[in-house]
Design a protein around this ligand. Structure first.
Ligand code: 10G
Ligand code: SF4
Length: 316
């Protein structure tokens, strides 16, 4: 049986700008205000990130009644509904919003078009916190479709003023097919000027497409709760390459690599690079003698931190 010979690393992979910012918000809140810092929902969907922050004094909760009066509360990168925002304010917490600015952009667009009388078709995964947050920007008037079959069933109250919004981490290909079905049923529907699927999702999926043509198996580093990570594994598999998602190197099974000389490695937007390097080390133990990064888009996006967390600003 051939052993592993070469590792190809997808570019870009791992942390996006929204994840970097969200983790930094919790870290800075811990430094500035001390433990505990409450975080509504996993700050990002990664077990290692969450366990590391727990060890440093973060407490992750789902319901606001788990947070004591006067506490500091951070909203996760996936965003929250208006109801959660209002309730947190009513309870008087010191709030820091780690919602990715690209998710907030979708929220702002929904609020703006709602004022103009629009209803929405939202493409996304039911129950995902980002979808709950975006749908929760309005009391009603956002209709969720998860797949092409849902498009035939959706019943907006009117079709004159309809707009599409999407979750930011969808499969680019699935979203295109669902959007086409939506446009076929509602030809006048308004689409965003720039798609809601974010640059990081697009770039990581493009990188997996490029990598999958050159490898015999793919390892995707990330947690099972991470939507964008699941999409990367699914994409490699759709391209005909066996693909495995792992939280870290300890989950790798040697049998996955039997007869596979070239292994592609990538990571979801919430997975730390140290875990990728752990996987590479294990693949070296299995025989890899060469590790090569593929060409890809260089990402330069950065988001500013919220006011009040710039540690060196006087009075901040
Ligand atoms: O891919 P999802 O949305 O499940 O989230 P994640 O925490 O694994 O990755 C970062 C992406 C977001 C915060 C959603 S915009
Ligand atoms: Fe922001 Fe995109 Fe990262 Fe989500 S995946 S946090 S939208 S940059």
């Amino acid at each position: 049986m051939t052993a592993v010979q070469e590792v190809l690393l997808a570019e870009p992979r791992g942390f996006c700008a929204g994840v970097d910012r969200a983790i930094e918000i919790v870290e800075r809140a811990l430094t500035k205000f001390g433990r505990p810092i409450y975080v509504r929902h996993e700050i990002v969907h990664n077990t290692h990130v969450v366990n590391d922050l727990k060890a440093r004094g973060a407490i992750f909760i789902e319901e606001l009644d788990e947070v004591p009066p006067g506490a500091t509360l951070v909203f996760s990168a996936h965003g929250v509904s208006q109801a959660v925002q209002r309730e947190a304010e009513r309870r008087g917490f010191r709030i820091f919003d780690a919602t990715c600015p690209l998710v907030t952009k979708v929220h702002v667009e929904v609020a703006k078009l709602h004022k103009e009388g629009y209803e929405f078709i939202m493409i996304g995964h039911k129950g995902h916190p980002e979808v709950e947050g975006t749908m929760g920007q309005l009391d009603s008037g956002i209709h969720l479709v998860e797949d092409v079959a849902d498009v035939a069933r959706v019943q907006p109250a009117q079709t004159e003023k309809l707009a599409v919004v999407t979750q930011t981490t969808l499969s680019v290909d699935d979203a295109a097919a669902i959007t086409a079905a939506v446009q076929a049923r509602f030809p006048h529907i308004r689409s965003p000027k720039q798609q809601d699927i974010c640059y990081a999702t697009q770039n990581r999926q493009d990188a997996v497409k490029l990598m999958s043509t050159q490898v015999d198996a793919v390892v995707v580093v990330g947690s099972p709760t991470s939507s964008n990570t699941n999409r990367l594994r699914e994409l490699a598999e759709r391209l005909g390459v066996p693909a495995h998602m792992v939280d870290d190197a300890s989950e790798l099974q040697d049998a996955w690599f039997d007869g596979h000389a070239r292994i592609g490695v990538t990571a979801g937007a919430s997975a730390p690079e140290a875990l990728v390097q752990g996987v590479v080390q294990r693949l070296k133990q299995l025989g890899a003698v060469s590790v090569r990064s593929l060409d890809g888009v260089r990402e330069t996006t950065q988001f500013p931190l919220p006011k009040g967390l710039k540690l060196d600003a006087p009075g901040a």
